[in-house]
Structures are given as C-alpha cells and as structure tokens.
Ligand binder design. Structure first.
Ligand SMILES: O=c1[nH]cnc2c1ncn2[C@@H]1O[C@H](CO)[C@@H](O)[C@H]1O
Ligand SMILES: [Zn+2]
Length: 375
C-alpha cells in the first residue's frame, strides 16, 4: 500500500500515540526545574546553574560508557527532590511533558528511599508523587493531551530495603502504584539478593519488573526470570548473548532466549541510555533491530529523558533513521508495550481499541491522502 514503507516525519512521530513502560522520575526533570529547585532549597552542588549548560552537562556526564558513572549524575536530581513540594512539581511536569510528546500511557518509576534526606516518610513520598501525577494529568488534559500515568516503586539494589519498598507498593496499589522494580548498579548485586521481596509480591499477586541484562549478562536475566519471577525485563539487551546469527542471517536461539521469546517476556529497551552506559555500541548497532526481526516482545523506552536528552519521539526518530522503521513498526512497538503494561486487562484493551489503533489509522490515512511533495 502507498506510504506503507515510508518513514514517518518527526511531526507524525510526535503525534502518534506512544506507550512508555520504562522512565525514571529522577531521570526526567526539566533542566530549568533542576536549577530552580536547587536555588529554592539551597542545594549548592550543581555543576552550573545555566539551564542550557546544565542540560548539556547531564548528557555529557552520563555519556560515560559505564552504568556506575552514569548513575552518579542522579545525585543532583535526587538532591533537589527532598521536599513534598519538589516531588509534586517534578511529577506534574513529567506528566505534562510526556503528554505533550504524544505519550498516552506511561509507567514512571522512582526509588522512594532516595527522598528521605530531609525526613519525609515513605508513604508521604508516594502520596506526593501521586498527587503530582494527578495534577499533571489534569493540566495536560486541559491542553488537549490525554495521558494516563501509573508509577512503579524501585528498591535500590545496593541498599537492603526491598521488602519494605515492596510492601509500600502493595499498600498504594489502588492509588496509582502499578508495580515494583529494582534499580541501581547491576554488577555485584544479583536480583536474588532481594528474593524475599519478590516472594512477598508474588504472594500478593503484585506486578514487578527487574532491571537485568544491562551492565551484566545472561546470569542476571536468568535469575530475574527463573528465581525472582520477573514479568518484564528492564533493558534485557544482553539476551542477544544467547542468540547466534549465522552468515545467511538465520538465527539460533539458546534456551534462555527461546524461553524469553516463547513466554512473550516484555523487554523494556532504552536505546539511547544503552549507548551511554556502553550496553550498546551505537543506535545502529543496537540489538533492538535483531530482536524486533525475531519478534521478541520488544518495547521502546526513554529510561532517563534528562540524562539522555531524549523523549519517546526522539527514540523513535533515531530508530526510524537507523532501521527505516515506519508507522506500522511504531504501532507494533506500541501495542507490545500496551499489552505488557501493569494496568488491568480491560483498561489495556480499551486503550488499544479506543486510542492507539484509531490514532495510527488516522495518521496512516493522512499519509495516504497527503498532497505529493508536502511533508
Ligand atoms: O538504566 C538504569 N539502570 C539501573 N539503574 C538506573 C538506571 N537508570 C536510573 N537508575 C537508577 O534508578 C533510580 C531510581 O529511579 C535512580 O536514582 C538511578 O539510580
Ligand atoms: Zn532504568
């Protein structure tokens, strides 16, 4: 069909309905907000207070080739998010920014234990973030951009508070907290360190994903799935270590890769972030293309919009540029994400039928009937 193989324009990518499963609240602040919150709270360790320079600083500093060094940049965002008001503001702005970028459903994650430096309680932190997202959803809707935001609570792998945070997630599950995750440095902190938390969550019929296969390889992915019971994998890029591609392009899957594909295990891929931490050489060399071709349940995500200077639209633009992805490919990634969300089944179906499919159909028909020569 005409237009089917054409790459969408940046404007079309932005208007296309998108679903985001992997985005960190403390990795998505506007540079101007970091500077303003620092000034208000007396945080004096920012490398610069010039907004444009600050945005660049985060990107450059995160461009380190190592996950550990990448994570050091979070001390500045976490540093300015220590009050109730700051948390409400950051969450509200995140919802607005995502909605303006054409995201219709997002799961935004953060680690409540990081925001206690000035004495906030864990429940208070969760309530502030939920309040901010509700406010941001309202403001976005008033601007004509509808987004639904749910949250995931992370426990930090290097701390030993996973069970406490898992209980917090379950306590707030009817108030917008959709699930749980573990984040932070991967090497040296295998997911099985937090087995009690994962067993508790399973007893509670609660959802969780695990950052695995980013800075460490197959054993981390295997533990996350087979010992811990993760429903999704944060990144999971290193699953390619279990796939052999022959000269004729045919692929041979090892048992773990086979299992991940057979079970339709969602992979929360974050291309730009992976290039920055060294998990992938470049966007063009990112395993997402192979995994998409082999029809793993791949999703596209931002990880940290501030540290990568990115957005969902930018991630799709880069992928479209590298791999020629069309609107059909975008819809495929988006449906994968919506199917994999920690939202009740009936709500997922409603978003697919009422928002996502009609959104892509409308863009495709524009594509077909547009005047030749006009973008
Ligand atoms: O790609 C990642 N891998 C592992 N941990 C991460 C990544 N991005 C952010 N965080 C960590 O997650 C915490 C909660 O949001 C952040 O503070 C950061 O330390
Ligand atoms: Zn992440």
């Amino acid at each position: 069909m005409l237009g089917q193989s054409e790459r969408p324009t940046p404007a079309q990518i932005r208007r296309a309905p998108k679903v985001l499963l992997h985005d960190h609240l403390d990795g998505g602040l506007r540079p101007s907000t970091v500077a303003e919150l620092a000034a208000e709270s007396g945080y004096d360790r920012l490398p610069t207070t010039d907004t444009a320079e600050l945005g660049r600083w985060f990107r450059d500093a995160a461009d380190s080739g190592s996950l550990e060094r990448y994570l050091e940049t979070f001390s500045h965002t976490v540093g300015v998010m220590q009050t109730r008001e700051a948390l409400v503001r950051v969450a509200a702005e995140a919802a607005e920014d995502l909605a303006a970028d054409g995201v219709v459903y997002a799961e935004v994650r953060y680690a409540p234990e990081l925001f206690q430096e000035r004495g906030l309680g864990l429940d208070e932190i969760v309530e502030a973030v939920q309040e901010g997202f509700a406010e941001g959803e309202r403001r976005a809707a008033a601007d004509g951009n509808r987004v639904i935001v749910r949250t995931l609570l992370c426990a930090m792998r290097q701390n030993a508070r996973a069970t406490e945070i898992a209980e917090l997630a379950v306590r707030h599950r009817d108030a917008g907290v959709a699930g749980f995750d573990i984040a932070g440095p991967e090497a040296g902190f295998p997911p099985t360190r937090n087995l009690d938390a994962f067993e508790y969550l399973r007893r509670q019929n609660a959802h969780f994903t695990i950052h695995a296969g980013e800075a460490f390889g197959l054993p981390s992915i295997w533990e996350a799935i087979q010992h811990c019971g993760a429903e999704r994998l944060g990144h999971g890029v290193r699953i390619v270590d279990d796939i052999k591609v022959h000269d004729d392009g045919s692929a041979e899957l090892g048992r773990l890769a086979q299992y991940v594909r057979d079970r339709r295990m969602p992979l929360e891929m974050c291309p730009s972030s992976n290039v920055q931490t060294g998990a992938a050489e470049s966007i063009a060399a990112h395993p997402i293309s192979l995994l998409r071709r082999l029809r793993f349940r791949v999703t596209v995500n931002t990880d940290n919009r501030l540290m990568s200077g990115t957005s969902m639209s930018e991630e799709f633009e880069k992928l479209s540029e590298a791999f020629g992805y069309t609107l059909d490919d975008m819809q495929w990634f988006t449906l994968n994400a919506m199917k994999s969300a920690f939202l009740p089944f009936d709500e997922r179906i409603a978003l697919i039928d009422d928002v996502i499919k009609p959104g892509y159909a409308a863009l495709r028909s524009e594509h077909l009937f547009r005047t030749p020569g006009r973008a």
